[in-house]
Design a protein around this ligand. Structure first.
Ligand code: NAD
Ligand code: WQD
Length: 345
């Protein structure tokens, strides 16, 4: 049977690489398009070690429409795309908004334009729980019907804008574009083989990479940003989802788009575990699961942090036939195994 191609923009990145592995496992043939602005070609070796296949890779900047068009000419049988390619650092987006609007919006507009011109295409878009901001208490856990809140950063705004752009594309008369926007909660962990994982540049802004780097001795101590929130232990609550579980949801989304009989549709799914964990709980579970100490101290709140948000993933569970079911202890072990591998601890 001929393997169906799936374009994976940003496929050399953290979530993209894990998704490429799952696409191969499901019988698809991923085609990676990445400009390596936040990743490296070594990731392709990691994928090969896991799958036994050197992935098809095109070094392409998605903001360059002509390059993206030539890719579609080269692989004329691509009907489905998963669009990961974007910048994602919230703080940096506040300092360099135009860089974020330029990259994240133009990449999406180019891809959508090509898919619409080609016809019969489907896009899975990487969105974020950031579109919900701080949901009011009656909306926790947050489902897809919860109102979107004004985004706090240019990065968050690009996610809201991209969702709207796609919605408008789907709503054009006679549109045959099908779209699924996946709203990720907090992706963590690494492939159990430790051949691929997250490679943050500089000082990590996200919790788990900071925890693993502190455990590895690269950082003196973790700062827990605030213990005076209105939560059971005073620290913020998030829904941490294993990156391999998240990757599998993309395969489920592609399967769904492939099976669709109706064209011109747009859907949204929350991807989370349905369980909120506080910063202090994450720290405890990480230390327990790995039998390792992580020095920490309570620090002031971080500006812009949402107090608590976790997902109601029941729509994705029901409609995509997908569930994030990897035990959190296993996830923490995968994160530590990856950190030890890259630091040679
Ligand atoms: P990542 O930075 O590891 O991966 C993004 C990849 O896209 C990188 O390999 C980068 O080189 C590439 N890229 C960026 N701009 C490009 C362009 N113009 N052309 C081609 N390639 C380009 O990030 P990630 O954590 O894997 O995130 C993937 C997607 O998921 C992003 O859209 C991000 O906004 C979204 N997301 C991430 C998180 C998270 O916490 N990691 C949460 C919610 C949503
Ligand atoms: C988690 C919790 C921090 C670091 C960000 C983006 C969001 C999405 C996911 C892409 C918070 C606390 C963190 C540290 C800490 N990305 N923390 N000490 O803020 O939920 O979301 O990544 O779409 O858009 O905003 O994730 O990992 O930064 O923080 O105490 O050194 O850990 O305060 O409560 P966040 P995070």
């Amino acid at each position: 049977m001929k393997r169906e191609k799936v374009l994976v923009t940003g496929g050399a990145g953290y979530i993209g690489a894990h998704t490429v592995v799952e696409l191969y496992a499901a019988g698809y043939e991923p085609v990676i398009a990445d400009n390596l602005s936040n990743s490296s070609e070594e990731v392709l070796d990691g994928i090969q070690k896991i799958t036994g296949v050197k992935p098809v890779f095109e070094k392409i900047d998605c903001t360059d429409k002509a390059s993206l068009e030539s890719l579609f000419e080269k692989f004329s049988d691509i009907d489905h795309a998963i669009h990961f390619a974007a910048y994602k650092a919230v703080g940096e987006s506040v300092e360099r908004p135009l860089m974020y609007y330029g990259n994240n919006l133009v990449s999406l507009i180019n891809l959508a334009g090509i898919m619409m011109a080609k016809g019969n295409g489907s896009i899975v878009f990487s969105s974020s729980c950031t579109v919900y901001g701080q949901p009011s208490p009656e909306h926790l856990p947050v489902d897809e019907e919860a109102p979107l809140k004004p985004a706090q950063s240019p990065y968050g705004k690009t996610k809201q804008m991209c969702e709207s752009i796609l919605e408008d594309c789907v709503n054009t008369p006679k549109s045959d574009l099908n779209v699924i926007s996946l709203r990720y909660f907090n992706p963590i962990g690494a492939h159990p083989s430790a051949h691929i994982g997250e490679l943050p540049r500089g000082v990590p802004q996200n919790l788990l990479p900071f925890v693993t780097q502190t455990a590895a001795g690269l950082r003196k101590e973790l700062h827990v940003f605030g213990n005076d929130y209105n939560t059971p232990d005073g620290s913020c609550i998030r829904d941490y989802i294993y990156v391999c579980d998240l990757a599998k949801a993309h395969v489920a989304a592609i399967d769904r788009l492939r099976d669709k009989k109706v064209r011109g549709t747009s859907e949204y799914f929350n991807l989370g575990t349905g369980r909120g964990l506080s910063v202090l709980e994450v720290l405890d579970i990480f230390m327990e699961s790995n039998n390792v100490k992580v020095p920490f101290r309570i620090a002031p709140r971080r500006a812009g942090d949402v107090e608590q948000v976790w997902a109601d993933p029941s729509k994705a569970n029901r409609e995509l036939g997908w569930v994030a079911d990897t035990p959190v202890e296993e996830v923490m072990r995968s994160a530590w195994k990856w950190e030890k591998k890259i630091r040679c601890v």
